[in-house]
Design a protein around this ligand. Structure first.
Ligand SMILES: [Zn+2]
Length: 321
C-alpha cells in the first residue's frame, strides 16, 4: 500500500500534468486560428495593445478604463463571431480545465480542491490491492435473490441469513472509526457465496470515508512476514499490515502453514486487536477445520473477539464471488 504522502504527490502530479496539457492545447489552438483566420491575428494584436494601455499607469490618452474595457469586450465578440463563421467553437482558443474550481492546480486558495481529494481516494483504492473489483463489487450490486428463501426446520433461510450479513457489513462500513471501531469480522463459508464481494464493498466504503484499507490474501501477508523475519525483505514491506486502519485478509486457510506462519498469524491478529485496529478475515474453512489448523490461542481470539458471519447457500457464482 502506498502511503498518503506518495498518493498525494502522485495525484498532484497528475493534476499538474492535466493543467499543462490544457494550456498547451489552448496555445496550439490559438496559433492555428491566427494562421487560418488572419483577421483574428489582427484583433489579437489590437487586444494586446488595449490590455497594455489598461495596465499602463502612465498613459495620458483620453480613454477611460471603462471605455477601454468596453472596447475589449467588443473585440472579444467580434472574435467569437469570426470563429463561428469559420466553423470553430467560440471557446476554441480558451484553456479548458478539467476542474473549473481549481483550474487544475489541485488547490482552491490554500485548501486542497475536491477534485484532488477525490482523486486521492481513488488512488488509495487502486493501491489497496482491490483494483478493478471495487467498481463491480458494491453493496448495491450484491444479489440477494440468488439465495434460497426456503427455511428448513429450526433454521432461517439462506436468504434471511445473507440479508443479515449484508446488513452487518453495511453497518460495519458506515460506523467505522478509529476511536471506537466496530468489532472485527470473520466471514466463514464456501467459495462463491459473496465473502469477497462484501469485503470489497466494505473496503470501498471505508476508504471513501477517509480511512486506510489494505486488502491481501493470507498467503501473501504471511509470506511477507516470513521474508521480513528472515531478512529477505525490509521491515517496511510488512508495516502496512500492522498499521492500516482496516486490514482485509482473504482466503485464510489456503496458505501454507508451518511453525512460523502459525505464530506470525497470531502476532498479526493479536497486535491489531490490541491496538484497536479491526480486521476482516475470510475463510473457506469451517470452525472445526479452523480449530484443527490453528493454535488454540488464535482460534479463541477468532471466536471470542470477531463477529462471525456464516455465508450459506449453494455456490451460485455468476460473475461474482
Ligand atoms: Zn479541482
Amino acid at each position: 500500500m502506498a502511503n498518503k504522502a506518495d498518493i498525494r504527490r502522485k495525484v498532484l502530479d497528475q493534476i499538474n500534468e492535466r493543467r499543462l496539457d490544457a494550456e498547451q492545447t489552448a496555445k496550439l489552438h490559438g496559433d492555428e486560428i491566427r494562421r487560418k483566420i488572419p483577421e483574428i491575428a489582427e484583433l489579437d494584436t489590437f487586444m494586446e495593445s488595449i490590455a497594455l494601455r489598461l495596465f499602463d499607469g502612465t498613459r495620458r490618452d483620453s480613454m477611460t478604463v471603462d471605455q477601454l474595457g468596453e472596447q475589449h469586450k467588443k473585440i472579444r465578440k467580434q472574435k467569437a463571431a469570426l470563429l463561428q463563421q469559420h466553423g470553430f467553437p467560440t471557446d476554441y482558443t480558451q484553456v479548458k480545465y478539467t476542474c473549473e474550481a481549481c483550474g487544475d492546480t489541485g488547490f482552491v486558495g490554500y485548501k486542497m480542491c475536491d477534485c484532488a481529494k477525490l482523486a486521492m481516494q481513488k488512488e488509495a483504492v487502486l493501491s489497496s490491492g482491490l483494483g478493478s473489483l471495487i467498481e463491480k463489487q458494491r453493496f448495491d450490486t450484491f444479489r440477494l435473490n440468488r439465495f434460497s428463501i426456503v427455511a428448513t426446520a429450526g433454521k432461517i433461510s439462506d436468504r434471511a441469513r445473507m440479508e443479515k450479513n449484508v446488513m452487518l457489513c453495511r453497518e460495519f462500513a458506515e460506523t467505522f472509526n478509529r476511536e471506537n471501531p466496530p468489532m472485527s469480522l470473520l466471514m466463514i463459508g464456501k467459495t462463491g457465496l459473496g465473502k469477497t464481494h462484501l469485503s470489497t464493498a466494505i473496503a470501498s466504503r471505508v476508504m471513501e470515508r477517509g480511512f486506510s484499507v489494505l486488502y491481501d490474501t493470507a498467503g501473501n501477508i504471511l509470506s511477507t512476514m516470513e521474508k521480513v523475519q528472515f531478512g529477505r525483505a525490509e521491515e517496511d514491506a510488512q508495516q502496512a499490515y500492522f498499521t492500516a486502519d482496516l486490514l482485509i485478509t482473504d482466503d485464510l486457510g489456503t496458505e501454507y502453514t508451518g511453525k512460523f506462519t502459525a505464530s506470525a498469524l497470531f502476532i498479526l491478529v493479536n497486535t491489531r486487536l490490541n491496538h484497536n485496529l479491526p480486521m476482516i478475515i475470510n475463510t473457506n474453512l469451517d470452525p472445526m477445520a479452523m480449530e484443527k489448523k490453528y493454535e488454540q490461542r488464535i482460534f479463541s481470539r477468532f471466536f471470542g473477539e470477531f463477529t462471525v458471519l456464516p455465508f450459506v447457500g449453494s455456490d451460485a457464482r455468476m460473475g461474482s464471488s
